[in-house]
Design a protein around this ligand. Structure first.
Ligand code: AMP
Length: 332
């Protein structure tokens, strides 16, 4: 039997190349090897945005983009978290046995106390129990998350084990972080420093939905320098970043060509950037076209969300039924 994987996707906006190569590409491959549940974490988003402007719009955006990237709703279960009320029910049960001290020790809670000191709500404090509910509801054993989420996963194991101990059961397995891909890619941004990220500014990110004109403009403005002055000199960060991006989207010989020019001090950044932009456009175009097509197909999206919710609820209801019986809820 295939192992179960659960992963949450925050409805925070458009996907960029960093999200694609760092996460979504792996999800697409993973869905054939594991029993995957991918959910759009709209309940989680209330912890930071209690009155989100257009929550449904954000959720739709994420759904469209994941489908456009190749998430196959027949192969995997993709659903909207709030469509599965069993998650909220398990969250409630787990909260009964989650203690203030351990929740307060969570690094992400400490961060949030600082970053949104005007709204330190109970949802923020119990974020780890909601995350545990997301994972335990499907009895997942693998969760594709980064280092920053390791502490939350440890708490998930604590809550699951505690439930098992209290109710004398082995209902919940332990779940662990895992990297699907051996070599984790870090996609750099266009601003000359660090990784591609929304927080480093619009200009630094290439979104999957960006039009060719937008891509050309962003790449032409990417940070460079005066050019190499000695043969085979090491590349400064801004230039290395552009080469790293080229490595991701361009054929190997294109990159080798510009690398050789750089080493001979003959590179012209204008040509280099033009090539990079065109290769990004070639990569992006099929996804962008699919995004445009799917965005208009409301009835298909409705069908996917409904089908996903049904499959997720089937699994969730089984777990909740068992949990209820173990706790002692009985119907008259
Ligand atoms: P975020 O948009 O920061 O919530 O990230 C969503 C997912 O995309 C996470 O799994 C990140 O590790 C991945 N990701 C985001 N930015 C990058 C990047 N520049 N390079 C590689 N992976 C990234």
């Amino acid at each position: 039997m295939k192992e179960t994987v659960v992963s949450g996707i925050r409805p925070t906006g458009k996907l960029h190349l960093g999200n694609y190569f760092g996460a979504v590409k792996n999800f697409v491959k993973m869905q054939y090897d594991y029993n995957c549940y991918f959910f759009i974490a709209d309940l989680h988003s209330l912890t930071t945005h209690p009155t989100p402007g257009d929550l449904h719009g954000y959720v739709k955006h994420v759904l469209v983009e994941y489908l456009a990237c190749g998430i196959n709703p027949e192969e995997t279960t993709i659903y909207v978290q709030s469509d599965v009320p069993e998650v909220a029910e398990l969250y409630l049960y787990l909260n009964m046995n989650a203690y203030l001290g351990e929740l307060e020790r969570s690094a992400s809670f400490k961060d949030k106390i600082r970053s949104q000191s005007d709204n330190v709500n109970a949802g923020l404090l119990t974020y780890p129990t909601l995350m545990a509910a997301d994972i335990l509801i499907h009895k997942a054993t693998k969760v594709p998350v980064g280092k920053d989420q390791e502490q939350h996963l440890e708490m998930t194991r604590t809550f699951g084990n505690r439930f098992n101990r209290l109710y004398n059961t082995d209902l919940f397995p332990e779940s662990f972080a895992f990297n699907y891909s051996e070599n984790l890619v870090k996609v750099p941004g266009l601003d000359g420093k660090g990784k591609m990220s929304k927080s480093s500014g619009e200009g630094s990110c290439i979104y999957l939905a960006d039009s060719p004109e937008v891509i050309r403009k962003k790449v032409s403005r990417a940070v460079t320098d005066g050019g190499p002055t000695a043969e085979n000199q090491p590349k400064p960060e801004a230039i290395q970043n552009l080469f790293d991006l080229m490595k991701i989207v361009s054929p190997a010989d294109t990159m080798a060509h510009f690398d050789a020019l750089y080493n001979k001090c003959e590179i012209r950044y204008g040509d280099f950037k033009k090539q990079l932009a065109e290769d990004m456009i070639i990569f992006n175009s099929p996804i962008r076209e699919k995004i445009e097509e799917l965005s208009k197909d409301t009835s298909y999206l409705r069908q996917v969300a409904k089908h996903g919710a049904l499959k997720a609820r089937e699994s969730a209801q089984k777990t909740i039924k068992e949990a209820r019986e173990l706790i002692g809820f009985k119907s008259f």
